[in-house]
Design a protein around this ligand. Structure first.
Ligand code: GAP
Length: 444
């Protein structure tokens, strides 16, 4: 994958819009800055990623359970976790045009990017990223609540209930997938940094003695997951966060970075959080959150390894990694054209199979339609009878459909169809009777 010229953000966002992966939100009203909607294909891709993650890390492991907690939690959670006091970014404002920037992402000695004036920035001030709201009809201090800035805290707060209700034994993990909100000063770069996004997080509770092995195990799991998603290994880099730069409670943090077209930036994070969070919630709530080892009777606060995955950044890294341009023959006359093909792994591809009748004629389309509708019971299927077959193949290549099934006039008599492979473009004749089993083998 790495020898390919890399797709630019301009090309990728144009394809995402034209094919319905991701487009600007509220567009008929002029949009809302940095708000994006996942269209039909994007929603399928994103859901496939979340479901595969859940299957792999929750249902696929005996040492994991999942929760689905309320998005708005008691504000005391965020006081105890340190978010209300300290979840801030340094904000500076241009005194000329009032544009706001994150001081740690710019050089205040250089001119303002918006108005071009220099030396006119305010002192950096801590800006809290929590999204505030009010619960109920009164907008006063007693009704203030926050949209969660991470899914993680519910796993700490619900820890005792999960231990007692599910009889979990350390080491075990609690996972959650869902929305998080941050009032980012500088959202941008498409779906990379937004104010509303999704996370897939695990809090893995361990005995303090075993943190090193657990950390290594999760680092490997995260890399295996990225390979499963088709994220280009040549663009992935582990950044060991040095002493002094980590959060004060963390003994080790690795940021997994990805080479985006706009630079090397974080994709995922893996942190050893010690017992910081359980300790903070134990002190603030006055509830005993210790775990008792059933074999040794040792009573202790488990330590935590936290693998944290951004859903939207996964979608972006998958699309950037899987986008390919290749020279492909147009017809028998030997001419070639550039074919855009999204080599998304079949397991997460939005559409698994496209059913394409060679012509719109009724006798073909009725057979093809019936075939497509029977295949939808097992796979995500697209049915397309417009334009030439070559153009339809190109469209399916662009949206990453692994297999196309073409129904032609011979199909009416020999009861066979042609199956075309997205990556190799090889075609094979397959009996309609055994088609579902054949597709199953190729796709699952
Ligand atoms: N519980 C730990 C935590 O939330 P984080 O590094 O702040 O750590 C974890 O966030 C992941 O969430 C990031 O690695 C990234 O994938 C995703 N993420 C964070 N902020 C985001 C934003 N504004 N837009 C999109 N994704 C974001």
């Amino acid at each position: 994958m790495s020898d390919q010229p890399r797709v630019t953000m301009e090309k990728l966002t144009a394809l995402c819009k034209s094919r319905g992966f991701v487009f600007p939100g509220s567009e008929i009203y002029g949009g809302l800055a940095n708000s994006w909607d996942y269209g039909p294909l994007g929603a399928l891709l994103k859901n496939n990623i979340k479901q595969a993650w859940w299957k792999r890390f929750v249902e696929g492991r005996l040492d994991m359970v999942g929760i689905d907690a309320a998005l708005i939690m008691n504000p005391k959670v965020w006081e105890a976790s340190g978010h209300i006091g300290g979840f801030t970014d340094p904000l500076v404002e241009c005194k000329g045009c009032h544009e706001r920037y994150r001081a740690d992402q710019m050089d205040v000695t250089k001119p303002c990017q918006k108005c071009g004036k220099s030396g006119l920035f305010t002192e950096a001030a801590a800006f809290n990223l929590m999204m505030k709201t009010w619960l109920g009809p009164k907008e006063d201090a007693s009704a203030v609540a926050y949209f969660r800035p991470e899914t993680a805290q519910a796993m700490f707060v619900d820890f005792p209930q999960v231990v007692t209700s599910n009889r979990q034994r350390v080491p075990f993990g609690i996972a959650q997938v869902g929305k998080a909100f941050r009032n980012e000063i500088t959202p941008g770069n498409f779906i990379f940094r937004t104010r509303e996004f999704e996370q897939m997080e695990i809090e893995y509770f361990i005995h303090p003695d075993s943190w090193k092995e657990s950390f290594e195990m999760w680092l490997k799991e995260m890399h295996d997951w990225m390979a499963f998603c088709g994220i280009d290994a040549a663009r992935i880099h582990d950044l060991e966060i040095p002493d002094g730069e980590r959060a004060h409670y963390s003994k080790r943090t690795v940021d997994i970075e990805f080479d985006y077209p706009f630079g090397r930036e974080e994709l995922y994070g893996l942190a050893y959080r010690g017992d910081f969070d359980l300790n903070a919630h134990q002190s603030a709530s006055g509830k005993d959150l210790r775990y008792t080892d059933p074999k040794t009777n040792e009573k202790y606060l488990p330590h935590v390894i936290e693998p944290s995955f951004g859903v939207d950044r996964t979608v972006l890294a998958v699309l950037l990694s899987c986008y390919h341009e290749e020279e492909a023959p147009t017809s028998e006359d030997g001419k070639t054209e550039t074919r855009v093909v999204m080599k998304i792994p079949a397991a997460i591809a939005p559409i698994k199979v496209a059913v394409l009748p060679l012509s719109k004629k009724d006798e073909l389309s009725s057979v093809a339609r019936a075939l497509a509708s029977s295949l939808t019971k097992r796979f995500a299927v697209d049915y397309d009878e417009t334009q030439s077959i070559g153009r339809r193949y190109r469209r399916q290549d662009e949206i990453g459909t692994p297999l196309c099934v073409t129904v032609d006039f011979d199909s009416l008599t020999d009861k066979m169809v042609t199956v075309r492979d997205r990556d190799t473009m090889k075609q094979e004749r397959v009996a309609i009777e055994g088609l579902e089993g054949y597709l199953e083998k190729r796709l699952v």
